[in-house]
Write a new protein. Structure first.
Length: 250
């Protein structure tokens, strides 16, 4: 499967800054075809960037979605809206949304279904806290999050990506070692084979996120079960993100 590299811009970049970043990226990534590349800008930039990316393979993602089609949900965004401005992917259950906006495994599950209903592809984030890692509860936590997020899915799971993002590694400069990440990715892969038919389970991409940088991507991508990366901070610098996309496993 083609690796997937996703840039999560979070609540950064106004229209002009987003414009400049994408123009640079488009140039730097010309001809780079060893990964599928997705960026998740703020909602306010998506439509504009869609036009800028018309002749580029770079795809767009929403950073959130509401499970309802439309209605009285002030401040929310629907799958229909995201699809209408050119999104192909949606990031769901990012730890910042779980921590600050009350996202739970149950709402993540509803959002996964809403995403697929609109022919968008979900990128579901899971990850343990530092306390859970130190208490040796990592694999149990990930198993619960994945099982609940994907409950009821069936073969539709093949269109889904799971992003393993240890909470202690996000925006902290601390990356999980390739071995730590691989252990969790491998356990997620095994769980997928338990929960779904083999044909669908093997299609699911499992990507790593948590302080991914130009200088650590190569060793992470050398692991057999790491199928790409979800990149926060480093996705805001075109040169760094381009180098991540052009990873060379070693
Ligand atoms: C993220 O936003 O999902 C993330 C992993 O951020 P950072 O790369 O900055 O740690």
């Amino acid at each position: 499967m083609l690796p997937l590299i996703v840039g999560n811009w979070k609540m950064n970049t106004d229209l002009c800054q987003g414009d400049a970043l994408v123009l640079k990226l488009r140039e730097l990534l010309k001809g780079a075809d060893s990964a599928e590349v997705v960026i998740a800008p703020p909602f306010t930039s998506i439509h504009h960037l869609y036009h800028l990316l018309a002749d580029s393979p770079i795809k767009l993602a929403g950073q959130n979605i509401h499970w309802e089609k439309n209605g009285a949900y002030t401040g929310e965004i629907s799958g229909e809206m995201l699809a209408s401005v050119g999104c192909k992917y949606v990031i769901i259950g990012h730890s910042e949304r779980r921590q600050y906006f009350g996202e739970t495994d149950e709402t993540v599950n509803k959002k996964v279904f809403a995403t697929l209903r609109h022919s968008l592809k979900p990128i579901v984030c899971v990850g343990e806290s530092l306390q859970e890692r130190e208490g040796r509860k990592t694999l149990k936590k990930i198993k619960t999050q994945v099982t609940q997020a994907l409950a009821g899915l069936g073969s539709a799971v093949k269109d889904l990506t799971i992003a393993y993002e240890p909470v202690w590694a996000i925006g902290t400069g601390k990356t999980a070692s390739p071995q730590q990440a691989e252990e969790v990715h491998n356990s997620i892969r095994e769980l997928l084979f338990e929960l779904f038919d083999a044909e669908s389970a093997k299609e699911v991409r499992i990507i790593y996120g948590g302080s991914v940088k130009a200088d650590n991507i190569d060793e992470l991508m050398a692991e057999p079960n790491i199928d790409g990366a979800l990149v926060g901070g480093a996705s805001l610098k075109a040169e760094d993100f381009a180098r991540i996309v052009k990873f060379q496993p070693r």
